[in-house]
Design a protein around this ligand. Structure first.
Ligand SMILES: CC(C)(COP(=O)(O)OP(=O)(O)OC[C@H]1O[C@@H](n2cnc3c(N)ncnc32)[C@H](O)[C@@H]1OP(=O)(O)O)[C@@H](O)C(=O)NCCC(=O)NCCS
Length: 169
């Protein structure tokens, strides 16, 4: 275990970061999936955010459009930390960054759909003050298993939500 935690910084992703992000998230996330997230970023349907250690990307989270059933809540999605950089606080730093963006954009709360069997992620969200109501949703996303063909994947998920302390205007 590291005694001195590394310095983690966060910022919006840029086009020049994408191939380094592809490398850091491999093999858990397919290259096409990372590139597709960037495409959605350029199309305005999500904003891709980054965490860095020593100037190199180590993880990402996205913030997206609000879902019609939760207009006061910002949707966070696609939290991934490179396998070599887990358990260092990167996930927590990315969640905190997404929250600061939600506050800046004047959302009252933030939510993230997390697979009910994804114990590491559920525990991390709970440790950051997120709660879920006892109801699951079917979360769907595209994967690129063999580099070209995309396939819809589906997971039973909790909606983990946190009410934000929005400063008075
Ligand atoms: C889930 C995931 C994002 C967590 O990312 P992470 O960077 O490892 O998260 P953190 O380091 O902030 O926290 C993880 C643990 O490390 C601990 N930790 C944080 N900083 C630490 C440090 N400096 N030294 C030792 N442990 C530390 C945390 O307390 C936490 O402990 P816990 O497992 O008992 O709750 C990562 O495992 C991942 O990418 N998984 C695959 C994709 C995925 O499931 N994404 C979530 C989709 S909803």
């Amino acid at each position: 275990m590291r005694t001195v935690p590394p310095e983690i910084s966060t910022r919006p992703a840029q086009e020049g970061d994408i191939e380094a992000l592809v490398e850091t998230l491999a093999p858990d996330v397919a290259p096409e999936q990372v590139r597709d997230r960037w495409k959605e970023h350029t199309e305005g349907t999500r904003r891709l955010l980054l965490a860095e250690i020593d100037g190199a990307p180590v993880g990402t989270i996205s913030i997206g459009e609000t879902r019609h059933y939760r207009t006061d809540s910002l949707r966070a999605l696609s939290l991934d930390v490179g396998p070599a950089h887990r358990n260092l606080g990167v996930g927590a730093a990315l969640i905190a960054y997404a929250e600061s963006e939600a506050i800046r954009l004047k959302f009252k709360s933030i939510h993230h759909e997390v697979g009910t069997t994804n114990d590491d992620a559920v525990r991390l969200y709970e440790s950051q003050g997120y709660k879920h109501i006892n109801k699951t949703v079917q979360n769907q996303w595209w994967v690129f298993p063999d580099g070209g063909n995309q396939r819809m994947e589906e997971e039973t998920s909790w909606v983990m939500t946190k009410v934000l302390a929005v400063p008075d205007a």
